[in-house]
Design a protein around this ligand. Sequence first.
Ligand code: GDP
Ligand code: MG
Length: 427
Amino acid sequence: MRKPGSRTLNAARERVILVGICAPRRPRTEAEEHLEELARLAETAGGQVVGSFLQEKGRKDPSTVIGRGKVEEIARETGRLRAGLVIFDEDLSPAQARNLERALEVPVLDRAGLILDIFARRARTREARVQVELAQLRYLLPRLTRRWTHLERQAGGIGVRGVGETQLETDRRIIQRRIAHLGRELAGIERERGERRKRRGDALTVALVGYTNAGKTTLLNRLTGSRAFAEDRLFATLDPLVRRGEKEWGRFLFIDTVGFIRKLPPQLVASFRSTLEEARQADVLLHVVDVGHPCFEDQVKTTRQVLSEIGLGEKTELLVFNKSDRLTDPRTRERIELAWTGAVFVSALTGEGLADLNSRLESLSSEETVLGRAAVPLMAGAVLARIHSLATVLGSRIVDGKLEIRYRARPQEAAAVSRLLEEAKEG
Ligand code: GDP
Ligand code: MG
């Protein structure tokens, strides 16, 4: 038997058809962006996109997601374009995937399956490999029936159908045993990591987090003068990378992390918990954003959502708007600056804004400051301006119609901010 989940796309640059799903009442442009991202993912996985479809979600036909008619149309195109794989931008239930594979007569992957495939190919260290395999097996287990049928088909197993059920039980048991084994191995690696972490001492620890391809690794290289692997690909970095050094303001430690993406498979998030554990130990998260991307605001949202899922939502976050060299229209830039006070605009490529970022980090590393949080009514511009003059605003977001601000200030100033807020409430 082939190792389950080991099916990868790179063999002979597999020809791929993409299917995007447009939710009712959502803008089509949004679905198009998602499809664009799916195409990049498919290419990262070694596939060659030969066609794509965008279809409104068919409420009448949950068994195929897109409805019979569309399935037939795609089946025809699959044959005409000689595609060997169809990838859906939607999470498919094991039953849906089975129905679609039967109708399309080629293997079907969903977004989660595709992301897992990419991770599997990019994992280099023992830890990353264990994490990815664990995620793959957890994903595979409920889908085993379907996989098995096409494993047979691919192996040219004519007439072996009858063997299926007992073989399936055996496979399930093998996989479950393997999951338990990998879980123990991971626990061992995590203990080692914990030991290493203890030896870190008092340096300011900064973790770079953010959507995939935002420029985290490039920025890390810029900030530390190192040469980590950065590439215009999704998920170039899988293993956490730690860089230590001195700056004028003290010792620091920068940690690069794996990027987030919308619909990151939950099995993957669970497996990468220990890698992200590095970020949990950080004093501050540098949330790196590709501000030149048309959907950067959604990407900020997705990243924050994953951060809160893994229990990092409360961490001090410094928003870094990278690739600001791409904001060539001054009016666009101004609009974004006004909407996102507290974000530092930088370009890891040109070096713009890095001095500003360094001084923000410097003020964060100063021991005499405290962290605070304030909710300011949206209309209270004067209060907001006062807070900016008193404290270093680290980040802000709108929560329940108020601007929630996280700031760092010396205790005296922090007290002043609190008084200001009390007055604003009363007044
Ligand atoms: P990561 O996935 O967040 O680690 O992103 P990388 O650091 O691998 O960068 C992704 C791509 O964005 C690479 O091609 C970089 O050269 C490019 N990039 C990074 N920073 C900038 C920037 O400030 N401006 C521009 N124009 N491109 C950048
Ligand atoms: Mg990276």
